[in-house]
Design a protein around this ligand. Structure first.
Ligand code: FES
Length: 172
């Protein structure tokens, strides 16, 4: 895995939650005692990622920190640790191939190679049409059906290189 770094948004976009996201944030806060609102950080980051175009810039992380009333470093620590938070812009389809032990033993290398050949990009990159981003990720908790990949919110399991490429062809 390459080191996960935080990037500023080059477009200068200043993130602010939409009305719908504000309502969802209020709903998230109801799940936690008033003195433990900090625990809402992970779902708030998911919400921010959805609301801010699929990734979390430094500005977005700072906004979440201010929204939650915590130091930005607390948010940076969490966002850089969990690979489900995208720290750079992603394409319409974010293809995340698990290469952790169970998937690796079941040929995740072959799946990764087939997808890189099919898409013409290596891990960590987005194709020129901004349709597909290919990422290598740690265990996604579906080891029993390894090898697997996640595309946006959906899991695809018991893959072969051929079936993985077939899924990409259907989406394309
Ligand atoms: S090792 Fe791939 S899902 Fe767990």
């Amino acid at each position: 895995m390459s080191m996960r770094e935080i990037h500023s948004d080059p477009t200068g976009f200043k993130p602010t939650f939409s009305q719908q996201a504000l309502q969802e944030a209020a709903d998230i806060f109801t799940r936690y005692p008033a003195n433990q609102r900090n625990s809402a950080l992970l779902p708030l980051l998911h919400l921010a990622q959805q609301d801010f175009g699929g990734w979390l810039s430094k500005q977005a992380l700072d906004y979440v920190a201010e929204f939650l009333g915590v130091a930005p470093i607390r948010v940076y620590e969490v966002a850089t640790f969990y690979t489900m938070y995208n720290l750079h812009p992603v394409g319409k389809y974010h293809v995340q191939v698990c290469t952790n032990i169970s998937c690796w033993l079941c040929n995740s290398d072959g799946i990764g190679k087939a997808l890189q050949t099919k898409l013409g990009i290596t891990y960590g990159h987005t194709d020129k049409d901004k349709r597909f981003t290919l990422s290598e990720v740690e265990c996604l908790g579906a080891c029993i059906n390894a090898p697997m990949m996640q595309i946006n919110d959906d899991y695809y399991e018991n893959l072969t290189p051929e079936s993985a490429v077939g899924i990409i062809e259907k989406l394309a």
